[in-house]
Design a protein around this ligand. Structure first.
Ligand SMILES: [Fe+2]
Length: 331
């Protein structure tokens, strides 16, 4: 829902009839992290520019966000790291994340927590949620995302991060660096199953696109290895920078969040990566940059991923509340 809906008289009447619900809806509208869909509804290019530049001005005031999404960082080519780097040479990982917009950390969890996650995925596979899930019913995410297509099945369930303490600890370290202080999340389990071999451009999210036009962090945990045929995540390095001229030009002109890959073929050749990875790896990525799910090249493939997302807890109000997030800045 857009901020302008707060000014519609019909909504004021609804508010008077049910003030509690009205208040909740108003808070949601005010705090909701800006969505690209709403941005693209603005047809006036100058107005789009003004809004984008205004948010850049606000984001620059958060020292952490400024470092990751605006600053010209030192060039670092290495994007693959190990848990020992995360323990001993953390600065280099975060400098690479700031420069590239994506990094991989291998061997992140101990066997115990990794096995716990794998047995949770077995529960999803058997549609029998027994352990400590937040909801006892499995959600068919493909129904929402892919409508009537039967090519890929996505099952979804979530857990409180407290039950996965190592992953929670990693999330705390990463969020305090990226946002300036710890931001909570849930462990969102996604089990993808390819029912058919997919064709190019199968769905919207198998084309390079942006989820948001403002800073957006996702952490993806892969308990098992992901190879070329397993629908790996794809990302174009450096497209997370808000002052990237290609991104700006795209945002000012486009009426869709999907970019025409033919128009950026040289950029894809140069900076696109397929995020294939070993088992027990996390991918830290900024999905306001251009990304996609690569297609499944075989049928009957299962892809297990846990997503940690932050736009609920780090919302629009958090963007304006930058002094609270600046207190612990260390870089
Ligand atoms: Fe996406």
């Amino acid at each position: 829902m857009k901020t302008t809906s707060l000014f519609k008289p019909l909504n004021w009447i609804k508010f008077l009839i049910n003030p509690k619900k009205g208040f909740d809806v108003a808070i949601k509208i005010i705090s909701d992290y800006p969505r690209i869909q709403n941005f693209l509804k603005i047809k006036n290019k100058l107005y789009r520019k003004l809004i984008y530049e205004f948010f850049i001005y606000i984001i620059a005031k958060n020292k952490s966000l400024n470092f990751y999404f605006l600053k010209n960082n030192e060039k670092i080519d290495q994007i693959n790291f190990d848990i020992n780097d995360f323990k001993n040479h953390r600065n280099k990982i975060f400098e690479s994340l700031a420069y590239n917009g994506i990094v991989f950390i291998e061997n992140v969890l101990d066997t115990n927590e990794k096995e716990k996650i794998l047995s949770s995925f077995d529960e999803i596979k058997k549609n029998n949620l027994q352990s400590e899930w937040l909801d006892k019913n499995l959600i068919n995410a493909s129904e929402v995302k892919y409508k009537n297509s039967k090519t890929v099945n996505i099952s979804y369930a979530r857990k409180n991060l407290k039950v996965l303490p190592q992953l929670e600890n990693i999330s705390e370290i990463i969020t305090s660096r990226v946002f300036g202080r710890t931001v909570d999340s849930y462990a969102e389990f996604f089990l993808h199953e390819s029912k058919e071999k997919e064709l190019k451009d199968s769905f919207d999210d198998t084309n390079f696109h942006m989820d948001r036009y403002l800073p957006c962090l996702k952490i993806i945990y892969c308990p098992e290895k992901i190879e070329n045929c397993d629908g790996p995540f794809g990302f174009i390095k450096k497209t997370h920078k808000l002052n990237n001229s290609l991104i700006k030009d795209f945002l000012y002109e486009t009426d869709t969040s999907i970019i025409n890959e033919n128009k950026i073929s040289s950029l894809i050749d140069e900076d696109a990566i397929k995020a294939t990875c070993k088992s027990n790896t996390i991918i830290i990525v900024f999905t306001n940059g251009l990304h996609k799910r690569n297609i499944f090249l075989e049928k009957n493939v299962f892809r297990k991923t846990i997503f940690l997302q932050y736009t609920k807890k780090f919302n629009k109000l958090s963007l304006f509340n930058y002094w609270k997030y600046n207190r612990n800045f260390a870089k």
